[in-house]
Design a protein around this ligand. Structure first.
Ligand code: ATP
Ligand code: MG
Length: 450
């Protein structure tokens, strides 16, 4: 154990003392404080870092608390019974407190530290070594442990590279994080082109944080976007799905979407939707806008949102474009729907690997549109009792709100839900009376409209 040893790299920090910053322990989760104290008491150095420190300095409530330390994953694992080592791109330790998880990472050096091994006088001994690059300069594995100053400089944005310690309650800044925070701007650390080549997802992160925090993206930080956007093609659909989910469920989906288009990055996540929207009428554009706005509103009100609903909305223009194309081919309406839904989902999966549970639910929401519209006497009750009824009903309201003409169908289902048993029976009886069937079918009509 390295008890009482001074922490290498600390001398490079600009130190912000307790009375010069607003962070109070009151605003930090107990579990995170526990981890920080336990690390320090065990001879290591633990720091709160990343979004947690950034958000606390801004007076916002952090989403979660990340901790960085000079203890190795194995050492952390030994200190905390309730921990496990995980890691796809790099090893991290998850410490669980009830439903809360504190993520702890070991200080990592920038991958260039690899080169230092060949230097006659390496700056420091490198404790762990496991790093790899693709031919384009992208980091594939990133497990070179380093000192705190190196850990700071391999982070993405200056405002994400601030450290808070319970030792004298200081904030440490190794770049220009505090200045940029005051100027409310996102600045990438180091050479922008090099940093995006290492990890193109940083471009998406810039946009996500800018929308979330209301920060501008500093000029040199945004300049390479247009030229380097194509590097996003090399990112796995699984990682792009994770990022997409953060974009859509971060509470600022509308702003992020607008910025993704502004910077020409949206095509690497939502190409099918954007393409369909350029050929679509206002209704679909409005439906997508409303779905994003509703998501932000729901999250602001502390309600939950489901990715299945969002993808159902985002892909609605694609699904309907496909249905239009299939309308003159062989097969009945249901077969066309199944085919169009399959194609739509398959196409989107090339960009973002949406887990199956979500695609299955999106498909059900779409399919229920068909049944909600048909109001078949025998199936009204079963539609109503369908586990996905509520989402499908909300989706129906969204379609009406975006201007689709559905003969007050939303109101019908609203009345049906609030009606007592007698009223429900009357409503079922009324719709099942033979109606004059109007054969009106346009290319744009949703699945199952007859
Ligand atoms: P959020 O509020 O979304 O959690 P965050 O800044 O905490 O924001 P995380 O994705 O939780 O973002 O990452 C934690 C920290 O890890 C970041 O603040 C940043 O310092 C670092 N980091 C994350 N992803 C990258 C990346 N792709 N490149 C460099 N540093 C990164
Ligand atoms: Mg975080």
């Amino acid at each position: 154990m390295n008890s009482n040893l001074p922490l290498p790299g600390l001398d490079r920090a600009h130190i912000i003392e307790r009375d010069e910053h607003p962070i109070s322990r009151k605003n930090i989760a107990h579990s995170a404080l526990k981890v920080l104290y336990r690390l320090n008491e065990s001879g290591f150095h633990g720091y709160l870092v990343g979004g947690g420190v950034r958000d606390l300095l801004l007076g916002n409530t952090p989403k979660d608390f990340d901790i960085a330390t000079n203890a190795t994953p194995e050492e952390i694992r030994q200190l905390f019974r309730n921990s496990r080592i995980i890691g796809r791109r790099f090893k991290i330790v998850h410490i669980r407190y009830g439903r809360e998880i504190i993520e702890v990472t070991t200080f990592r050096a920038h991958h260039n530290a690899l080169n230092e091994i060949d230097d006659a006088a390496p700056r420091r001994q490198i404790r762990g070594l496991d790093s790899a690059h693709s031919s384009s300069g992208m980091i594939l594995r990133d497990n070179v442990y380093g000192d705190i100053d190196e850990d700071a400089l391999r982070r993405d944005f200056t405002v994400n590279a601030l450290y808070y310690t319970v030792d004298h309650f200081r904030v440490l800044d190794f770049s220009t994080g505090m200045d940029d925070l005051r100027a409310r701007q996102l600045r990438i650390i180091g050479d922008p082109v090099e940093r995006y080549r290492e990890d193109p997802v940083r471009m998406l992160r810039a946009i996500r944080f800018s929308a979330k925090l209301g920060f501008t993206i500093e000029e040199a930080t945004q300049r390479p976007f247009r030229e380097l956007a194509k590097l996003l093609k090399s990112i796995s659909p699984a990682r792009l799905f994770d990022e997409t989910l953060k974009i859509m469920t971060g509470g600022h989906a509308v702003a992020t979407f607008a910025q993704l288009s502004e910077y020409h990055l949206g095509h690497f996540l939502f190409a099918p939707t954007l393409k369909a929207l350029t050929q679509a009428d206002d209704t679909w554009c409005k439906l997508v806008d409303l779905a994003l706005a509703n998501t932000d509103k729901r999250l602001a009100a502390g309600k939950s949102v489901t990715p299945a609903f969002l993808f159902a909305a985002l892909l609605w223009p694609v699904l309907n474009t496909r249905l239009g194309q299939l309308s003159n081919t062989d097969g009945n309406q249901h077969q066309h729907f199944v085919q169009a839904a399959n194609q739509t989902l398959a196409e989107q999966l090339e960009y973002t690997a949406i887990p199956r549970r979500f695609t299955a639910a999106s498909r059900e929401i779409w399919e229920l549109q068909y049944r909600l519209q048909r109001r078949n006497k025998r199936s009204i009750e079963s539609v109503f009792n369908h586990p996905r009824f509520r989402a499908a009903y909300d989706f129906l309201l969204l379609r009406e709100e975006s201007g689709e003409e559905l003969d007050s169908l939303g109101q019908w289902w609203t009345d049906f839900q609030i009606g007592d048993t007698k009223r429900k029976s009357e409503m079922i009886a009324a719709v099942s009376k033979p109606r004059k069937r109007r054969r009106r079918r346009s290319k744009r009509e949703p699945p199952g409209v007859t």
